[in-house]
Ligand binder design. Structure first.
Ligand SMILES: [Zn+2]
Length: 458
């Protein structure tokens, strides 16, 4: 409980954005359910591997939205609520008010061409400038609708869309839709709430944000917390995510992004609040953390990117390399203004260099995934029951998942799921519907369906 008290003490001066890692380090008490698994993973000689036997990569983009440059618009609002902080006294007036759609298009196309996937926030009422589902003062209705269309068509296929709460600045009074009258740390979303809130109270707030995105026809399976949002109610927050996302979007597996793992901490997703295991009423929330800080241009877009800290030119050092070598999810974090870099695009160039270096060395050993896909894989990995009986393995999966990958000891000859799986001659060729012989063992990869399925050998 030491750590929780430490959080109470820091609650009033919570960091505005991820990156001040001491304030967002994971110190959850009592909500982690990893290993509370009904799955018979003790099945001798059967082990779930990484998807396609590759390390998942992902790119988390915070503080993005339509048109509005959050660095420009958030800074004066933070300055008023927390006047002592030097980072809020920066010359925000000199920064562009817009991150233009032509930049979103070039970024999105560059990523799509290389298979990059991740999470892209759409703040629904960004810094109280306007509502993405109605009106964005400073831009025409047609520009706003064009911006949303671009996100739906170019980004949605490869990126999870998350609301990053409602405004990312002022707390909204849900009865009136207006910002709270008082301006202080307690009425900023980044440091909200400052006292205990029930799961229901939090869920109503999250659902309000989600409904705005739903009215924009944006799909959504999770949320991102702005900075320290929910730091005092971590367990309740995870349950609230579960409630709100299921309620508004009717998805079977909600997830969220809040935490950054550093040093030796494990970067794998954590299954939280697992309830109803072994019944048709299974529910849980997946906490998908990032494995890096933001070393691009920062949330205000004014920092020089520290590119090599992610990955050097020949991909022999850097945090991403470290995580890939550890075979744990390598999830990079940035803030969107720090990719645009107030028009210089220095962050984007840094990102391009990192991706190019990683692909040159690790293309065959890694796979880009959305956060929802990584979360789903871990839920299936930890919760799918498996029983081996002679030349059969019976699987009972609570979630369907793509590219489920197993190592099965002492297996020879072709395996069947429904149809026969196809043998591949090198392990990097593994994809759904194939298997690879590795000595006495087989590595099999297939799309796992929810419910029962039977893997068998002739
Ligand atoms: Zn943020």
């Amino acid at each position: 409980m030491q750590t929780r008290r430490a959080f109470m003490a820091t609650g009033l001066s919570v960091a505005a954005h991820r990156g001040s890692s001491s304030l967002i380090a994971d110190d959850d008490v009592g909500i982690v359910s990893r290993g509370v698994s009904g799955a018979d993973q003790q099945t001798v000689g059967v082990k779930v591997l990484l998807p396609r036997n590759r390390v998942p990569l992902s790119f988390v983009i915070d503080d993005s939205t339509c048109l509005v440059n959050m660095g420009h618009f958030c800074t004066p609002q933070f300055a008023e609520a927390l006047p002592d902080r030097a980072e809020y006294k920066k010359p925000w007036r000199d920064w562009p008010r817009e991150i233009p759609d032509q930049f979103v298009r070039r970024f999105g196309e560059w990523c799509a061409d290389r298979g990059v996937r991740g999470k892209y926030s759409i703040v629904p009422y960004p810094a109280c400038v306007g509502w993405v589902d109605r009106e964005m003062p400073g831009w025409s209705r047609r520009q706003l609708q064009g911006s949303l269309k671009l996100v739906r068509e170019l980004m949605v296929p490869n990126w999870d869309i998350h609301p990053e709460m409602i405004t990312h600045t002022r707390v909204i009074d849900l009865k009136t839709g207006r910002p709270m009258e008082a301006i202080n740390a307690g009425t900023m979303e980044n440091s909200y709430p400052q006292q205990k809130k029930s799961v229901d109270e939090l869920a109503v707030y999250l659902a309000y944000a989600l409904r705005i995105l739903k009215r924009c026809d944006l799909p959504c399976e999770g949320i991102t917390t702005p900075g320290g949002f929910g730091n005092l109610v971590k367990s309740e927050l995870a349950l609230a995510v579960d409630q709100a996302v299921r309620d508004v979007y009717h998805v079977d597996l909600p997830h969220y992004f809040k935490y950054v793992r550093t040093g030796e901490q494990n970067t794998e997703p954590i299954l939280e609040h697992v309830r109803g295991l072994g019944t048709d009423d299974l529910s849980l929330t997946v906490n998908v953390p990032a494995g890096t800080g933001d070393w691009f241009g920062g949330w205000q877009g004014d920092r020089v990117p520290d590119t090599d800290r992610y990955c050097n030119q020949d991909a022999t050092s850097g945090r991403m390399v470290e995580l890939i070598e550890r075979k744990q999810p390598a999830i990079m974090l940035c803030h969107w203004p720090g990719i645009y870099s107030n028009g210089t695009e220095a962050g984007f160039r840094a990102f391009q260099r990192i991706v190019t270096s990683l692909h040159a060395r690790y293309r065959d050993q890694t796979v880009w995934m959305k956060l929802s896909e990584i979360g789903r894989y871990w839920a299936a990995k930890d919760l799918t029951a498996m029983k081996r009986n002679g030349k059969q393995i019976a699987l009972n999966a609570p979630f369907d998942v793509k590219h489920f990958t197993l190592r099965v000891a002492n297996a020879m000859g072709p395996a069947r799921l429904d149809a026969r799986l196809k043998q591949v001659s090198k392990i990097s060729a593994l994809t759904a519907g194939t298997w690879f012989q590795s000595g006495q063992d087989q590595i099999l990869c297939f799309n796992l369906e929810r419910g029962s399925s039977l893997l068998q050998w002739d």
